[in-house]
Design a protein around this ligand. Structure first.
Ligand code: HEM
Length: 377
């Protein structure tokens, strides 16, 4: 029920202990007017601060304003507490320049080197209609209605300035971002988030999560790069796979989540161990391929959610993992790991990446005079 502080050095919703529900939305900016974009970001910041505090999106509330105008708030979160709502904004590469390289809002010279479209990966099955975006807002909360209400009201406020490009609901966190949290399970039934970067990781966060002052984009210092991938799971096929194969694919046991050959969830995996001349953790196990030692010390903060978007026309669940990762530099985080996974992971028989996006998330909003992206304009 508690409210999470909206103001701070970093945006909430990154290191915040992962809430249980997600509504992630990507927008296109449909105005060409820089001042209109700035006005929108300012209006969004005010509404976001209010909603994260458990208040209506606007001062008139759902029914207290002008009777002959649409209400200041859509109303469906009335009576619900803040529910740990966080709203986290990100800017996509297409906000800076259009497809022809034209500077859209006079900020092209501020496009960070690292904010580039992700390279293609083996087996990508991306649908461009639900990929990319000029702006994104990640709404996380412990009540799905609160998360949906927040995105809906931001879209309402943005009417005429932005249009929603795609959005994704998520219903169960698939990571822990604090050692105080127990590790949840993804839709394959495995504990997910065990070896994640966490709020208690001290210096590792400066090294791997937050953009530093010398990283080449002043306005982004204290921010982070966000990569999203909608990963569909072929759950029906997975459910007909033996337990032995399931554990071999991840390199961890299904009940405890311990690395194979160890007993505790948080034991270190021993990648050298062999039994009868065969590696105990398979050469192509997910945790081996994704491990920092295999990818030039690549680390990221994973913050994904499970989704089930109904069934497809063959009666199969349209289900999977909406993967979210934050990092200081995608070239030293997501990209090398995904390259290794996309080329070698046996898990690929059971998954398909259907959407992809990258955003730069600015540092936190300091106080009521500050606004989302101020340092960019
Ligand atoms: C670890 C599941 C996709 C990066 C794990 C673990 C599971 C898992 C069960 C072990 C527990 C843990 O440490 O969290 C999945 C599933 C995926 C998926 C079901 C797709 C549906 C990805 C992708 C990436 C990734 C796309 C990044 C490109 C990692 C990393 C680790 C990990 C870095 C920790 C490795 C370590 O240091 O031990 N994943 N994962 N995963 N995964 Fe994934």
């Amino acid at each position: 029920a508690e409210a999470i502080a909206f103001y701070g050095a970093h945006q909430a919703g990154i290191l915040t202990p992962a809430q249980d529900r997600l509504h992630f939305a990507a927008f296109e900016v449909i105005t060409a007017d820089r001042d209109e974009l700035i006005a929108l970001l300012q209006a969004w910041t005010v509404a976001a601060a209010r909603m994260c505090g458990g208040d209506y999106a606007g001062p008139g509330g759902a029914a207290g304003g002008d009777y002959y105008a649409p209400p200041d708030d859509t109303g469906e979160a009335q009576g619900l507490p803040a529910s740990g709502l966080t709203l986290t904004i990100g800017f996509g590469p297409t906000l800076f320049t259009d497809a022809d390289g034209v500077d859209r809002f006079g900020i092209a010279d501020r496009l960070p080197e690292a904010l580039r479209e992700l390279p293609p990966f083996a087996l990508d099955a991306l649908d461009p209609a639900v990929s990319g975006g000029d702006l994104c807002v990640q709404a996380c909360a412990n009540d799905p209605q609160v998360a949906v209400h927040a995105i809906r009201n931001l879209a309402r406020i943005g009417f005429g300035t932005v249009s929603q490009r795609w959005s994704q609901l998520g219903f169960g966190r698939t990571s822990s971002t604090s050692t105080a949290q127990s590790t949840p399970r993804n839709l394959m039934g495995f504990k997910d988030g065990t070896a994640n970067l966490k709020a208690e990781d001290g210096d590792l966060l400066e090294k791997h999560l937050w953009v530093g002052a010398d990283d080449g984009a002043d306005w982004l210092t204290g921010g982070s790069y966000l990569v999203t991938r909608r990963i569909r799971m072929r759950v029906e096929t997975w459910d007909r796979t033996t337990l032995a194969e399931q554990e071999e694919i991840f390199g961890r046991d299904k009940s405890e989540g311990a690395p194979l050959g160890a007993t505790g969830e948080f034991d270190e995996p021993d990648f050298e161990a062999e039994a009868d001349g065969v590696p105990v953790i398979a050469a192509k196990a997910h945790i081996r391929l994704a491990h920092p030692t295999m990818n030039g010390d690549a680390r990221m903060l994973r913050r994904g959610y499970s989704f089930v978007d109904g069934s497809d026309n063959l009666g199969r669940l349209d289900a999977g993992l909406f993967f979210i990762a934050y990092q200081r530099d995608p070239e030293a985080g997501f990209i090398p790991v995904q390259r290794s996974l996309s080329e070698n992971d046996v898990l690929n028989e059971y998954i398909e990446h259907t959407s992809s996006a990258i955003f730069a998330c600015p540092p936190g909003v300091r106080d009521e005079d500050d606004w989302w992206g101020r340092a960019l304009f």
